[in-house]
Write a protein that binds this ligand. Structure first.
Ligand SMILES: [Zn+2]
Length: 232
């Protein structure tokens, strides 16, 4: 039987289905983050030099315009700042922090902020000062987010003065017990895989909408982690 005859015998519906499936198979995949595209490597520029973003940061760029400050940054009152520090943060995050600090104070825990909003340029300078001490980009970026990747540019994230040891620290324990109630979450908890170092001082505020999204994302991540086989 010739090919033409075979095609004539196939019903139009089956032909349409075959064509549709063929098209779907050739549709390019849409990636959530450019960093997930095979062969694409995020990069940052510091002092005119371009650096490939290390693997642990890829796909984690904060989606904000680099040079635009949040419009509602407020100065944190001195009473809530570590000595000599002058942090600024977004109004909603500050109000949540103040409520949290009030409750902590009632438990004789005194929350003080070391650092909050940082522009991309300030983040870049953190690298420049470390370069001046002879340190390399890869090594610095294990503990310091590359410019454009720091949650501090959101204006909702704080570094607290913890004082003393981290293990068994009463202030840290108080945060673990209570911070979520005020919308603050620890971004870098102790992690046996050590992809990011533990930062018990670093807490990010999420709005109620963001919290709902975060819970969904966390559940998705946990599900995915269970399906990825151990690499050994
Ligand atoms: Zn931090």
């Amino acid at each position: 039987m010739t090919m033409v005859r075979i095609i004539k015998r196939i019903s139009p519906a089956v032909l349409l289905l075959a064509l549709t499936v063929g098209c779907a198979a050739s549709t390019p995949r849409v990636y959530d983050h450019l960093g997930e595209m095979p062969g694409w490597v995020d990069s940052v520029t510091i002092d005119g030099e371009r650096y490939a973003v290390p693997e642990q940061w890829r796909g984690l760029r904060i989606g904000l315009p680099d040079e635009e400050e949040p419009f509602d940054l407020v100065n944190v009152p001195e009473l809530l700042c570590a000595p000599g520090r002058h942090p600024r943060m977004r109004l909603e995050a500050f109000l949540a922090f103040r409520a949290m600090a009030d409750m902590a104070a009632a438990d004789s825990i005194h929350l003080r902020i070391n650092s909050a909003y940082r522009s991309v340029e300030t983040q870049r300078q953190l690298f420049v000062t470390r370069f001046a001490k002879g340190r390399e980009f890869e090594e610095i970026s294990w503990g310091v987010a590359p410019p454009g990747y720091s949650e501090h540019m959101l204006g909702t994230t704080i570094d607290l003065a913890l004082g003393g040891n981290y293990e068994g620290n009463p202030l840290y324990q108080w945060l673990l017990d209570n911070a979520e109630m005020f919308g603050f979450y620890e971004t870098y908890p102790p992690d046996p895989s050590n992809i990011f170092p533990w930062e018990p001082w670093h807490w990010r505020y999420y709005t109620p909408d963001e919290r709902r999204l975060k819970e969904l994302q966390d559940a998705h991540k946990a599900e995915r982690a269970q399906t990825i086989p151990d690499r050994d």
